[in-house]
Design a binder for this molecule. Structure first.
Ligand code: G4P
Length: 526
């Protein structure tokens, strides 16, 4: 198969959802269709079980297990589908944001009863920043839930997406009879607790057909006709072009656990979802078709077993062909590296690969060379954009409690920050270090890992901050003055970028008003 064929056959995406909406179940059904797994229950997902939320060791163990399923690949209708799993736990939201930099599209799962939930809002916001094409799957139609039109309104209002339904439910919960596909123009009948087989697909291309009344009853049939009529007159016609630009999101309805509406979703996804897309670098746009290999690291997973202190760096291939045992330039370090056992992930199996193509995710064993955002190339200086840090929500001073182990503490902190466990800011006025995280769990994880992996110990001191804002200005003099006036509120991140530590929403607002020449950003890339 030629390089271009390999490239065009790949579709790399993530499923995002608020915990419990059905992401794991849907992933599993997709893998079953692809023949990548044989039975339900085979996917150990990144899902962190509810009972473990206060026990971070248990969570780390589960995260360890989930490395194997961080990326799952399967073939379907001659396409290679790469699914990137994302942790649902909110304390690991930053991991998910970064994973989203490595995909070309997403499927958002929404629980029909719960509607749009908080975590979904945040994740979709990140997708919108990059105009990532989004398909919405409304799940659990076998249960009572919100009215379909109300849900579409909610999605438009809370997720700021323009939607157009490509399927529509006939009833829900007890009255759930099936889904009418506006994409394929047929009605798929639902038989609860039965295996949903191919012969369940009753093709009804004319909604006026009396067969519809026979199949789902006259009342529901006439309700469905009215609703489809409303959809066709109110919502825009689906356009692949608009979807690929992130301007319109098709919506599907179904029930993942019953494997219902899932094949329709997958078939449409395979038809419309983008192949590997170009990636922006500081230097230029990198097209996947280019001959020369390039890729970036978007996730690093450390092995928690002290006997195997290696890490796996997950690399998204952006252009060219990656080959095993070939020297590539690690751009940040300016040195050549080669990899003797790069891994690809096929469902729950990991295997060493000889080559990989744009859109693929490979795992590289790493002894501490990589940092999130690092690029590998055939020699060109490329710095990939779109892998920003987001302002943390929780902050604490970190104190060294064993002065004999200062070196170990600093090394440990550096490496943990490279992995993206948290962010470290060093204050300009007194060099004190502040750790910033999205969730409280990370503080325990850092303390534990510093002790067990680096032999260093630390404790924390509360610091009341609202946000860390990356600052910039076109006027160097104004920046200099701002820094000297607000020295106690200024810090640097691990890339030496300047950050303003805002104590409160109000103090940030005041700083913005009093210093209009300074830009304040909630992300490290702007
Ligand atoms: P997540 O990864 O998004 O967190 O969700 P997950 O797939 O684990 O699903 C959460 C719960 O919702 C699971 O039940 C799952 O069986 C159920 N579920 C998924 N899809 C559907 C659906 O279409 N209809 C209904 N009624 N339920 C659905 P659980 O009891 O938490 O776990 P389990 O013991 O069933 O695994």
């Amino acid at each position: 198969m030629s390089f271009l064929d390999e490239l065009q056959k790949r579709k790399t995406f993530a499923i995002i959802a608020h915990p419990d909406a059905g992401k794991t179940t849907l992933t599993e059904k997709l893998l079953l269709f692809g023949g990548a797994i044989q039975e339900a229950g085979a996917v150990k997902s990144n899902k962190i079980k509810k009972h473990a939320t206060s026990d971070f060791m248990e969570i780390e163990k589960q995260r360890g297990i989930s490395v194997a399923t961080s990326v799952m690949a399967f073939e379907y209708r001659d396409k290679q589908i790469n699914i990137l799993d994302t942790p649902g736990h909110k304390d690991f939201a930053e991991d998910t944001y970064r994973t989203l930099t490595a995909v070309d599209s997403v499927i958002v799962v929404i629980d029909v009863a719960k509607g749009v939930e908080e975590q979904t809002e945040k994740l979709v916001e990140v997708c919108r920043m990059r105009n990532t094409p989004i398909i919405v799957f409304i799940n659990k139609l076998d249960r009572e839930g919100k009215d379909g039109f109300d849900l579409l309104d909610e999605i438009e209002a809370k997720l700021h997406l323009h939607v157009t339904p490509l399927s529509w439910p006939a009833g829900m919960g007890q009255r759930f009879k099936g889904v009418y596909s506006l994409y394929e123009n047929n009605l798929i009948l639902f038989r609860a607790h039965e295996k949903q087989e191919e012969d369940n697909v009753q093709k009804i291309t004319d909604l006026q057909d009396q067969a519809l009344d026979q199949q789902i009853g006259s009342a529901l049939a006439s309700e469905l006709r009215d609703e489809i009529h409303t959809i066709q007159s109110v919502y825009p016609e689906f356009s692949q072009e608009a979807y690929l630009k992130g301007a319109i999101s098709p919506v599907f309805f179904g029930s993942a656990v019953n494997n219902f509406g899932v094949r329709e979703l997958l078939d449409c996804f395979v038809d419309i979802a983008p192949q590997p897309l170009p990636r922006e670098t500081e230097e230029r746009i990198v097209a996947p078709e280019e001959d020369k290999f390039s890729g970036f690291v978007f996730k690093i997973h450390a092995n928690m077993d002290p006997k195997h202190r290696d890490r796996i760096a997950f690399l998204r291939i952006c252009s060219g062909k990656f080959e095993r045992n070939t020297n590539y330039l690690h751009v940040r370090q300016g040195k050549n590296l080669k990899f003797s056992n790069p891994t690809a992930f096929m469902a729950s199996k990991k295997s060493v690969i000889d080559e990989a193509y744009p859109g693929d995710i490979i795992g590289l064993y790493d002894s501490g060379n990589f940092k999130i955002g690092d690029a590998l190339t055939e020699g060109e200086q490329l710095h990939f954009k779109g892998i920003p840090s987001f302002s943390p929500e929780q902050f604490r001073f970190v104190n060294n409690t064993d002065p004999m182990k200062t070196k170990q503490l600093n090394k440990g902190l550096d490496q943990l920050m490279d992995e993206g466990v948290a962010q470290l800011f060093t204050k300009e006025d007194n060099n004190r270090k502040i750790i910033g995280t999205v969730g409280a769990l990370q503080f325990d994880i850092i303390q534990y890992r510093l002790k067990h992996e680096y032999g260093a110990s630390c404790d924390y001191e509360p610091v009341h901050l609202y946000k860390a804002c990356w600052i910039a200005s076109k006027d160097p003099q104004a920046m200099k003055e701002f820094i000297s006036r607000r020295k106690k509120d200024i810090a640097r991140d691990t890339d030496n970028k300047l950050v303003f530590l805002a104590e409160s929403q109000w103090s940030l607002k005041m700083a913005e008003e009093n210093h209009p020449e300074i830009e304040f950003h909630f992300t490290s890339e702007f």
